[in-house]
Design a protein around this ligand. Structure first.
Ligand code: TRP
Length: 332
């Protein structure tokens, strides 16, 4: 039995970088059938460490759900649910907390970085740190271990968290016998080539250079027009291998389209035309998903139904694991 699982932190402004770096590969996996069980969940409890507005919070969860479904996640072949619907995750988190040396969490990146920043700025070392942030790696371990997960597809930044989960599981197996918890492995998503943003740097919300997935065609057009270009005159030949527009175009266009546009670059093309070509292919890709996304966002009952269906299926696995874990650890 091979179980694959990954968590999705809910946010607004989902962008092309998220699409190509994380969502698309995961959806392809959900359709591949290369596993016995695939679980995807919206990590809403993790978002509580920073979001402080219930309207925004709820909207993030719905937007994330609608995005994945609109882009083609198969919610029958995979189990798609909301983390906090499965209450066992919080029970397991407490148990795992009791098995985790505090020092391991002191060394976890996101906490350590915060402490370092506070130190540099001459503040109290724990300024701005809530216990949720400190304990984030244990909740994440609980997410993983609750479903007897074997493989966790993640970006490089999450590897340390999987190592922590593995070490907690190993410790429990040592204390309470082999088979208490499954020791998971990370599967690092090979995004050595990242998606480029409007200013030529990596597309990232923190750089403010993203192309959002959703919104009107008009807005997409306007955003693409903001891609930074130089002032080479319109008729001058351009290098297709050193251009943000072309780099993005290659991610969405067919081989024939790419060849044709490269040819026009060499002959000389105005940046406005190149941007229009890019808009056309991205818009073509997003057109149908955009309609599905909008219709789901206007039908929260449908989104609730999808999440409830997933929660029911996830909860069967969680209950079985907790029965085993409780009995091994507490005798009850
Ligand atoms: N921490 C992950 C992120 O920020 C999200 C996440 C939460 C997760 N729980 C998980 C990922 C469990 C994999 C497995 O992207």
């Amino acid at each position: 039995m091979k179980t694959v699982l990954t968590g999705i932190k809910p946010t607004g402004d989902i962008h092309l970088g998220n699409l190509l770096g994380a969502i698309k590969p995961a959806i392809e996996m959900s359709r591949s059938g290369d596993f016995d069980r695939a679980l995807y969940f919206v990590a809403d409890a993790h978002a509580l460490t920073s979001v402080r507005d219930p309207e925004i919070f709820k909207n993030y969860v719905y937007e994330t759900t609608a995005t994945w479904v609109a882009l083609g996640l198969d919610t029958e072949k995979s189990i798609f649910f909301k983390q906090s619907d499965i209450k066992e995750v919080f029970e397991l988190t407490w148990i795992l907390n009791c098995m985790t040396p505090k020092g391991d969490l002191n060394r976890a990146h996101s906490y350590k970085d915060r402490v370092q920043k506070n130190q540099q700025e001459g503040r109290d070392l724990d300024h701005g740190v809530n216990m949720g942030l400190f304990d984030y790696p244990v909740l994440m371990s609980s997410d993983i271990l609750l479903y007897d997960t074997n493989e966790v597809p993640v970006g490089k930044d999450q590897v340390q968290h999987i190592e922590i989960a593995r070490s907690i599981a190993g410790r429990c197996n040592e204390y309470f016998g082999e088979g208490t918890l499954v020791e998971p492995q990370e599967v690092i998503q090979k995004n050595g080539s990242y998606v480029v943003g409007l200013d030529g740097r990596k597309m990232s919300k923190s750089y403010g250079n993203v192309i959002p997935l959703w919104g009107t065609e008009k807005k997409l057009r306007k955003t693409i027009n903001k891609i930074a270009t130089d002032s080479t005159p319109e008729e001058a030949p351009k290098d297709p291998d050193n251009c943000t527009i072309m780099e993005l175009y290659r991610l969405f266009a067919t081989a024939d389209q790419i060849n044709a546009l490269e040819k026009r670059y060499r002959e000389g093309i105005g940046w406005g035309y190149a941007k229009l070509e890019l808009f056309e292919v991205v818009n073509e890709y997003l057109k149908e998903p955009r309609e599905r996304f909008n219709s789901l966002m206007n039908n929260k009952d449908e989104l609730d139904k999808i999440l409830n269906h997933g929660a029911q299926r996830a909860s069967e696995i969680a209950e079985a694991t907790m029965k085993r874990v409780r009995s091994r650890i507490t005798g009850f």
